[in-house]
Design a protein around this ligand. Structure first.
Ligand SMILES: [Zn+2]
Length: 447
């Protein structure tokens, strides 16, 4: 089997020592990393290898996005006004768009979302759980060659798209497990909408379903203070305390957001080893209060497993892990007025190795290490921000650059992006999808 050497001026491993190798390469055979070393040395030990990357590139592990909606907002991108309240943005715009989505819309939307993710270096996308037609999204995931998870729309509200009884919602989740039984790169997860849009019976049985299937569950909780208000009114308890008392939490749970948590709720997260996906752009875009109330730094200090996420196009807008990591580091540092609290390396970890831990995949992905899956990103350095080269490439990457610098992306050893374009859906097949999505924008947004 051909061995590929992906070379760069810097290889940022994100291994336990956070080693950065200079004039190095990553050797790939089939889907795995078989060596990481000095480029010349690897050329000697693997004389017949194919050489990719380039001598000035920066190589990183594939990025992990812990919370991304692959359907809905993508097809009305940048159409939702930015001067309305978050409830109106979500229930006046996003949810009605989902309800009009056809199977084809889910496919178009997921292809475009994954195209942007992959072209910006995201090799693993955790779908956030608002998919009406999971088989269409799976078709897009397989077509684009991404790694990730799949879920299905899960809520037992009285009125809303894809709503159902507890047993109907659980059946939809079981269908996702069936669809993903033989897809090595796509894991089926149990996904609920969350917030106060799930009954105690639903969230308790869904968490158990994830445990029984040896998989994970994710749902939204407390991005704004609204969930606290409604849980206090219904149960007399704060949301995460209530979920703890129900026995829902555990290391198989990934809470999306967890911004407005009190001390007791943080204790519940820590004690149960529950993970958190945090999407800073969404809170800023929707004005949900991370700068006033966010406690993610406290959770990180206490060892909570955490991943960054980009959320949805009308909340997070850009599906760009580098912009996201820089923003989050800045917020955390500014909140405590302490620059030592989070470095660029720490921020990058929240889209790589720490994110892999949060989603239970650190044995496979998240760092460049021998034996792991060959998910990696080649950042080109032709842009003006790279004209002079720092000896601290992570600082230059996070604070000075963006996902637009990505040239090539590998998932499980396969180049799914080359020269900034998908290798999977190309030419007129791709431009036809873009044109069709553009037409659907007019219909779905109603303007
Ligand atoms: Zn979300």
């Amino acid at each position: 089997m051909t061995i590929i050497l992906v070379r760069g001026q810097h290889v940022i491993t994100m291994n336990a020592q956070r080693e950065v190798l200079t004039e190095a390469a990553v050797a790939i055979e089939n889907s795995r990393i078989i060596a990481i070393d000095n480029f010349e040395k690897l050329c000697v030990s693997h004389p017949d290898s194919v050489i990719e990357g380039n001598p000035r590139a920066v190589i990183t592990p594939g990025m992990i996005n812990g919370h991304q909606h692959l359907t809905g907002d993508r097809l009305i991108r940048s159409m939702i006004p930015d001067t309305i309240d978050s409830q109106e943005a979500i229930f006046g715009w996003a949810v009605p768009t989902h309800s009009k989505h056809t199977e084809r819309d889910d496919y178009l939307s997921a292809v475009l979302a994954l195209n942007e993710a992959l072209c910006h270096g995201i090799t693993t996308t955790v779908e956030a759980g608002t998919v009406g037609h999971p088989s269409s999204v799976l078709k897009a995931q397989l077509a684009m060659g991404t790694r990730g998870t799949l879920g299905s729309w899960g809520w037992d509200v009285e009125d809303g798209p894809f709503a159902g009884t507890v047993s109907e919602v659980l059946d939809r989740q079981r269908e996702v497990m069936r669809l993903t039984a033989d897809t090595p790169l796509i894991d089926g997860w149990v996904t609920l909408v969350g917030h106060d849009l799930m009954s105690d019976e639903l969230v308790t049985s869904a968490s158990q379903l994830a445990r029984d299937n040896n998989t994970r569950i994710t749902f939204h909780i407390s991005p704004s203070s609204g969930d606290t208000t409604s849980y206090l009114a219904r149960t007399g308890k704060h949301p995460v305390r209530h979920l703890y008392d129900l026995g829902v939490l555990g290391n198989h749970v990934l809470l999306a957001h967890a911004v407005h948590l009190n001390d007791d709720e943080i204790d519940c997260v820590v004690e149960t080893d529950t993970a958190v996906a945090v999407c800073p752009w969404a809170y800023l875009r929707l004005a949900q209060g991370i700068t006033a109330a966010g406690r993610h730094d406290d959770m990180l200090k206490r060892g909570v497993r955490m991943s960054l996420g980009c959320d949805s196009e009308n909340a997070g807008d850009a599906v760009d892990p580098i912009r996201n990591a820089a923003l989050f580091a800045g917020l955390i540092r500014d909140r405590r007025m302490d620059p030592t609290i989070m470095s660029a390396v720490d921020a990058l970890a929240l889209h790589t190795i720490d994110a892999a831990r949060a989603i239970g995949m650190a044995d496979r992905i998240g760092s460049l290490e021998v034996g792991k899956q060959a998910d990696l990103v080649v950042f080109g350095t032709d842009g003006p921000e790279w004209l002079t080269r720092s000896t601290q490439p992570v600082l230059q990457l996070i604070w000075a650059s963006s996902g637009s610098a990505v040239d090539d992306v590998y998932v499980a050893g396969k180049a799914v992006v080359r020269a900034k374009k998908s290798t999977q859906i190309t030419g007129s097949a791709f431009t036809d999808i873009v044109a069709e999505a553009q037409e659907r924008m007019t219909f779905l947004s109603g303007r």
